[in-house]
Design a protein around this ligand. Sequence first.
Ligand SMILES: Nc1nc2c(c(=O)[nH]1)N[C@H]1C(S)=C(S)[C@@H](COP(=O)(O)OP(=O)(O)OC[C@H]3O[C@@H](n4cnc5c(N)ncnc54)[C@H](O)[C@@H]3O)O[C@H]1N2
Ligand code: MOO
Length: 424
Amino acid sequence: MIVSCDTPGLLPISQALNAMRAAISAVQEQELCSLMQARGRILAEDVISQVNVPPSDNSAMDGYAMVAADLQDTDSLKLIGAAYAGIPFAGSVSKGQCVRIMTGAIIPAGADAVVMQENTSELASPSKTSTADEHQHKIIQFTQRPKLGNSVRKAGEDITQGAVVLNKGTRLLPSHLSLLASVGIANVSVVRKLNVGLIATGDELVSPGEALKAGQIYESNRYALHAMLQEFGANIIDFGIVEDKLDSLQRTFADADRQCDMVLSCGGVSVGDADYVKEVLQTLGSVNFWKVAIKPGKPFAFGKLSQAWFCGLPGNPVSSYVTFEQLVKPVLETLSGQTRRPALLLNATADCDIRKAPGRADYQRGIYRLDSNGELFVSPNGKQGSGVMSSIAHANCYIVLPQDTGSIEQGSTVQIQPFTSLAY
Ligand SMILES: Nc1nc2c(c(=O)[nH]1)N[C@H]1C(S)=C(S)[C@@H](COP(=O)(O)OP(=O)(O)OC[C@H]3O[C@@H](n4cnc5c(N)ncnc54)[C@H](O)[C@@H]3O)O[C@H]1N2
Ligand code: MOO
């Protein structure tokens, strides 16, 4: 089921992703969620519209409704009433007549076109004693000869009754919520939230806010991972920092295994330091320690504990960030039943030479800019070491350089992945 990485060489990213996706099947439990709470949730079923949107032919403009053919012979019509959004005109329009109509009002029976009021003028203006009178006994002159259907929004032109509005597996965005509301849906069936455990390992790690002793550093990876999981829409179970001791690690991983669909740890996956983590994980289940052809983020672990899936991210801060986005997030998407979306990659011109060794796909942190001709240029942002978090915090894209390529010359075309394209 799970590809072993004892084979020599590095596992290409696509193979690592395929192996993880093939091993995992989506969570099946669903729950009903009100639209106001549904942003970012994954649809558990196709949504079919029970109605036409709009429900009736209606006006796209404030103006006058008439029979379009009437205005081929004359330029003026008699006003017989008014139609408002929500208050239809009760009668019907015959030859020589028109009805005052507001945007969104149902097209009166008999009428088949609307002329916006800017293309009209009143010829006769009798005394205005009541609302009814205001829209009667006037003659309206038209400066436009409308075509049949002019400024008429047809029933069902947005969505027809019986049509699939959104497919199962859709991650609900704000536009989707409006679309669902427009067909009258108040609650949707969504996949239940994933329970994701988060564990940082390392004796040197101290929480921000505390004083550092010699040899200690602030634990920072969990803050980015926690935030990315929040954006993903997971229920996060945070196990904090766990010391590098066999019994502490054993207890924490076993606890996480019981509570979670997926357990994420960071640190302790490279060859030298991983001993305890490796031992614990392999007693709990079946976990493979891989060397993936990605830079940063080469050491990566994937497998299953007794019931929860497990991803072990490297401890270096940029490595844990990049492996979350490029390796873990796609797996969480599969686990939550989300339909796969291809990553947005754009071509850009290298603004300078870019150093790279063949062997791993690089996700260099870059800054892209559009020049005055609309051409996209990119350059790496500062030092590219896997501990240099400022390189990513001040960048706006990854420069994605394929596994087998070497250094890139200024002026060459490279691919970039804008950070905004990773938004959920
Ligand atoms: N002999 C080898 N050594 C290393 C290899 C290798 O292939 N052979 N790979 C290197 C690469 S590449 C990486 S990436 C790191 C990954 O190491 P670990 O996952 O075991 O991580 P640690 O050793 O625990 O930590 C690495 C580094 O990151 C700091 N760290 C860890 N956790 C956190 C955290 N939560 N917040 C902030 N900083 C953290 C830790 O202090 C270390 O400096 O291994 C290389 N070694
Ligand atoms: O995988 Mo490491 O991230 O190159 O430092």
